[in-house]
Design a protein around this ligand. Structure first.
Ligand code: SAH
Ligand code: SF4
Length: 438
């Protein structure tokens, strides 16, 4: 059996070609008929993509415009993959976290993170409760998000929301319908665990278990979309997406495919700890937005918390960012996890300002989300604000991301460590061998 979600539209058409042959009455083939057959297979692939990704139909027999023969063949050869929901938890701020059980007993996490329109409306992107949540979106994106919801309308039967309908809602609204939020971001995992061993990260502490396959990545979004009208995707769950390069690239192609999930390139963001050679390759292979986990203001500091920096230092990383094909009106997001008494001084802010100068970018400050796997502490709000103000004063777009869903352990790797297959700190030992060589 082949998993449907592991295939791009082109690959599905290839697969369908032998069962889509058009021949003469006597069963012969010629060049013209060969072309017809290819067209037929392509058309069928498109139909199936629409059924599954845009109409959420998961039974071959319900795809009424496919021939009976084709449906029988599909039933025997192609499986539409489902993820098993083991735990799901909703936080007071609307964040909704899912733990999925995989057939081999492993578990992975995805999170739906809603953003209320009113959060975006304030100066500096600050939410009324003192923080803001921004991942990859530019300010003009609220219009586009609405466009996405419009696009989903036909399939999910959601009503067309207006700006005022969004603006009136509180950030504590836990309803995931499209009327409540300006944006619903799916934060998805690319690996079971992670090999990169960042010191502050619970997934890093757990080590790498295995890569996720394309269908396991794509299906996270598909499952979430069956529950809520997702508008954005970020690879900020468990794992280093660029360490699982081929599967992630293919998953992105399916997400961007207009006949597939039909996300715009601005709405799909890959977040990386900085695998420079893979960043270069990514730009050639698929057109998605990029987030970089900078997390430090100089090499010495960065190498202490992110081993990847020993292979590719900040200068190499910044060069890759400068060369990344962004196109017009797009910016790279730099994420900066703020660790108390480690990287949270104004000297750090000054160095960060220098590093990002000249790169179309925005900065996301993320006050550390404390957990038992790390000694680091979260800085107080005052020093986070000062750090942010320093950057804003230098005309650097900078938002503070409140760690959403703290009441439901929604930070990277935390739900899995409570309920899932995480093997704890004994995985530490092998981490150096697991570092990607790319
Ligand atoms: N591996 C990728 C994507 C997953 S991590 C990457 O590192 O970019 C997503 C983000 O969560 C990263 O920016 C990481 O720095 C941040 N992060 C990890 N653990 C965190 C914690 N305990 N508190 C706050 N942010 C954390
Ligand atoms: Fe992996 Fe990202 Fe966590 Fe680092 S921060 S260990 S790269 S998931």
């Amino acid at each position: 059996m082949i998993y449907f979600q592991s295939l791009t539209q082109e690959e599905l058409a290839q697969l369908l070609l032998p069962v889509s042959r058009v021949t003469t009455r006597s069963g012969e083939m010629n060049e013209e008929l060969e072309k017809k057959s290819v067209k037929r297979a392509q058309y069928r692939a498109k139909q199936i993509f629409h059924w599954v990704y845009q109409r959420y139909v998961l039974e071959w027999d319900q795809m009424s415009d496919l021939s009976k023969d084709l449906r029988t063949w599909l039933k025997e050869n192609v499986e539409i993959y489902r993820l098993k929901e083991t735990v799901s938890r909703q936080g007071l701020d609307g964040t909704h976290k899912f733990l999925w059980g995989l057939p081999d007993g492993k578990t992975i996490e995805s999170v739906i993170i809603p953003a209320a329109l009113q959060e975006k409306k304030n100066a500096f992107g600050n939410a009324p409760d003192g923080g803001s949540f921004e991942i990859d979106q530019d300010d003009e994106d609220s219009e586009n998000s609405r466009g996405d919801i419009e696009a989903l309308k036909g399939y999910r039967k959601v009503s067309s929301p207006t700006k005022s309908a969004f603006a009136g809602r509180k950030a504590s609204d836990s309803n995931l319908s499209s009327e409540s939020w300006s944006r619903l971001t799916a934060c998805i995992s690319s690996q079971v665990g992670c090999a990169m061993a960042c010191k502050f990260c619970l997934t890093g502490v757990q080590g790498l278990d295995r890569h996720l396959q394309t269908h396991e990545i794509v299906t996270q979004v598909h499952e979430l979309r069956m529950r809520a009208p997702i508008t954005n995707i970020v690879f900020m769950g468990m794992g280093e997406p660029l360490h699982n390069f081929e599967s992630v690239v293919k998953a992105c192609q399916i997400m961007l495919d207009q006949d597939g999930m039909n996300f715009s390139k601005r709405k799909v963001t890959i977040s990386t700890s900085g695998l420079v050679s893979a960043i270069e390759e990514l730009g050639k292979r698929v057109d998605v937005s990029l987030a970089i986990s900078l997390n430090a203001s100089n090499d010495e500091q960065r190498s202490q918390i992110m081993p990847v920096n020993k292979k590719w230092n900040i200068e190499a990383l910044m060069t890759a960012c400068r060369n990344y094909p962004l196109g017009s009106h797009r910016r790279i997001t730099f994420e900066y996890v703020m660790l108390k008494d480690f990287n949270d001084t104004l000297e750090d802010a000054a160095r960060v300002a220098k590093l990002v100068r000249g790169i179309p970018s925005k900065l996301n400050l993320i006050p550390f989300n404390e957990h038992s796997g790390s000694e680091f502490k979260r800085p107080n709000d005052e020093s986070v604000k000062k750090f942010q103000q320093y950057l804003l004063d230098r005309n650097i777009t900078c938002t503070v991301r409140i760690s959403r869903g703290r009441d439901i352990s929604a930070a990277c790797g935390q739900l899995r460590s409570l309920f899932g297959s995480a093997r704890g700190t004994d995985k530490h030992r092998d981490r150096s061998e697991q570092q990607p060589q790319a």
